[in-house]
Ligand binder design. Structure first.
Ligand code: GAR
Length: 219
């Protein structure tokens, strides 16, 4: 049975601008979703301040205090599950997750990545898009699988790469679009429109053949 309000836990490692976009969107939209907690593996992540400003519990878990990835991930699972989340949102969480963690949240774990997947998994996506002379770049939101930046892609949003773009100008263009695409995907979850079965996405009960491509905001 569907719970009335979608409970969300957001994981961050840094600035948390995507977290802020989610907080702002949820405060404006008449949708039933609530960010119950924000968890960071970095003590100085500005996203923890953003959580506090919004009255959301912010939790720091130091990965350096754990002997290995498995024990850190188990500690994270304990913290996260205390909030009984329907959805775990990775918003710039820059740690590789163990298979146990990914499997534990299968179908309710999503990530945003600053590229048009499957292009440019990993780091430095903007410079790599420039080096590869791609004319289109962007961001993807995907269900998380055991492959780094892998898993079925739910939605993508594109930007045009201009001749005078550099990695920073491209990053700014892409992150502006991230702030549109991530809240949209979370809204779909809150409306119970998205699900994952056997690594296949269903959207409005229909098998999703390819990611939804959202129009970029150009203002
Ligand atoms: C975002 O660009 C996000 O796509 C990226 O980290 C940034 C976090 O920014 N995530 C990844 O690269 C994951 N592979 P934010 O902290 O301001 O939301």
């Amino acid at each position: 049975m569907c719970k009335a309000t979608l409970s969300i836990v957001v994981l961050i490692s840094g600035s948390g601008s995507n977290l802020q976009a989610l907080i702002d969107d949820l405060s404006k939209q008449p949708i039933k979703a609530e960010i119950k907690a924000v968890i960071s593996n970095k003590a100085d992540a500005f996203g923890l301040q953003r959580a506090e400003n919004a009255g959301i519990p912010g939790i720091f878990i130091d990965h350096n205090e754990f002997p290995d990835r498995t024990s850190f991930d188990q500690a994270m699972i304990s913290k996260i599950d205390a909030y009984n989340p329907d959805l775990v949102v990775l918003a710039g969480f820059m740690r590789i997750l163990s298979n146990d963690f990914v499997n534990h949240y299968s179908g309710r774990l999503i990530n945003i990545h600053p590229s048009l997947l499957p292009h440019f998994k990993g780091l430095n996506t903007h410079q790599r898009a420039l080096d590869a002379k791609h004319k289109r770049h962007g961001a993807s939101v995907h269900f998380v699988s055991n492959e780094l930046d892998g898993g079925p892609v739910i939605a993508q949003i594109e930007v045009t790469v201009k001749a005078n773009d550099n990695a920073e100008s491209l990053r700014l263009k892409v992150i502006k679009q991230e702030h549109i695409i991530y809240p949209q995907v979370v809204r779909w979850f809150a409306e119970h429109r998205l699900s994952l079965q056997d690594q296949v996405i269903y959207f409005d009960q229909q098998l999703m053949q390819q990611p939804v491509v959202l129009k970029p905001e150009t203002a």
